[in-house]
Design a protein. Structure first.
Length: 464
């Protein structure tokens, strides 16, 4: 007698090769996840769907990271379902964010021949560009745009191809997100790592909802960031600098990776990085002058504080002692980030470039954000494919709890949600650090990460 599943004899079901069992597991997880993605969403229903999806995703990640050998069938399943998830969510309405309306507006302004940094949307100069579909949905139209020049160029391009189309803009974000998956698979192969590890990024419900669902501009940045890492690993420092510069011109925070990809006494990398920034800003500086920074200076004000991490807890601790708690916490975090950058630069021979990038991104996320939206975690996920961490994986799920704030009339994240999001992160990161330090003292060097395996490839130092 045979079971109905794949024609496999019932007695042999529990004696399948691990690769075949993993294929069936991924097929089952992907199929059930697809059913969850097919549901209609509001913010309230999103949270009820997200966490079951995250549990299924965690099962897929563990099955990939705790196995040998790799399988082309598994990789095809991972990529196939990743495409399916994104196409389903692409056609869902915007419920989590309205940032896309600003992207479309900035593209429309440029198509009209106006520098997007010169005027905020409510300026009378732009009155003729207003409509009833895009303009009323822009958050805080009194403020100028914050998005850097390369993002503006892409907004103009995308709105030229698909004029005033929210879904068209989302489709471009999905395209770049799929390119990220392809580049990440290539990077894993170059590095001698299992390409199936791409599941940690490709099946993340955080990535699917924030890029295919909300269309955040970070999706445009990630391929350039990973291509910069690839160029750095393949001994092309000048190209790596240019690509990191392009990533920075889309979303400014990739600039913190400069210490990670820089090697001392090397000129081509910083020259490429600097040239990309200068050439990117020049066309817009000519028409906007100092206004080319847009709303960026205001973004660090106290009115922007939302779901902050470590700095939030520092401010709470310092507030009874001083009226300048926020400024002191900001200064302390800036000093700590600088120390991490110096530490990373000093280890340019010892550590792998991707490991150094992971250090810098982790330090940035721990120390810098006063506004910590869920999609801010996404740019660390590719690094977790090489150096996995239970702590950061946990946060990539728990961070969505911050959307509970938007169910209130005024979005404030309660301290209980802060603790639930960040306290386990700190505990897990501390435990992982102590575990790695213990292994180092025991002279048992393994690839860093919560799921290190003795069969993992030993990564090269990466020095070009």
């Amino acid at each position: 007698m045979q079971s109905a599943t794949c024609g496999i004899p019932y007695k042999q079901w529990f004696h399948l090769p691990w690769t075949s069992a993993r294929v069936l597991l991924l097929l089952a997880v992907g199929s059930v996840s697809t059913l969850f993605y097919l549901q209609d969403f509001t913010i309230a229903t999103y949270l009820r769907v997200f966490f079951p999806l995250f549990g299924l995703y965690g099962l897929a990640v563990v099955s990939v990271f705790w196995k040998r050998p790799s399988s082309s069938s598994c990789l095809r399943l991972i990529v196939g379902f990743a495409v399916v998830f994104r196409l389903i969510v692409l056609f869902s309405p915007l419920v989590l964010s309205s940032d896309l309306y600003r992207y479309v507006w900035d593209g429309r302004v440029q198509r009209a021949g106006v520098n997007p940094y010169r005027y905020p949307p409510e300026a009378e100069t732009l009155a003729a560009l207003r409509d009833t579909a895009i303009y009323p949905q822009i958050i805080r139209p009194v403020l100028p745009t914050i998005y850097p020049p390369a993002a503006q160029m892409l907004f103009a391009l995308m709105t030229t191809i698909a004029p005033d189309s929210i879904r068209g803009m989302k489709a471009f974000m999905v395209l770049f997100d799929l390119i990220t998956i392809g580049v990440l698979i290539r990077l894993l192969k170059i590095n001698g790592s299992d390409p199936e590890r791409v599941v940690l990024y490709a099946w993340s419900p955080l990535v699917v909802f924030e890029f295919a669902g909300s269309g955040h501009v970070d999706a445009l940045m990630l391929p350039f960031l990973l291509l910069a890492l690839q160029a750095r690993l393949t001994a092309r420092p000048g190209l790596a600098g240019v690509l990191l510069g392009l990533a920075t011109l889309i979303k400014l925070y990739p600039a913190v990776l400069f210490p990670a990809l820089y090697s001392r006494r090397e000129r081509r990398f910083p020259l490429g990085f600097g040239a990309a920034l200068v050439l990117g800003y020049l066309p817009y500086v000519a028409g906007a002058g100092a206004r080319v920074l847009g709303y960026l200076p205001g973004y660090f004000g106290p009115w922007e504080d939302f779901n902050g991490g470590l700095r939030y807890f520092l401010i709470l601790a310092l507030s009874p002692l001083t009226a300048s708690a926020r400024d002191i916490a900001l200064g302390l975090c800036a000093i700590l980030l600088l120390l991490v950058a110096l530490f990373v630069i000093r280890r340019d021979i010892i550590d792998h470039y991707i490991q150094r990038a992971s250090y810098m991104i982790s330090a940035y996320l721990l120390l810098v954000p006063t506004t910590f939206h869920p999609w801010y975690v996404i740019w660390l996920l590719p690094c977790l494919c090489f150096y996995p961490s239970w702590g950061w994986l946990y946060l990539s799920g728990a961070i969505s709890l911050s959307y509970l704030a938007y169910l209130q009339s005024y979005p404030i994240v309660p301290i209980g949600i802060h603790l639930l999001e960040f306290l386990p992160l700190y505990v897990l990161l501390l435990a992982q650090g102590m575990r790695q330090r213990c292994k180092a003292h025991c002279e048992s060097p393994l690839q860093p990460g919560a799921w290190s395996n003795p069969n993992d490839p030993v990564l090269p130092s990466g020095r070009a």
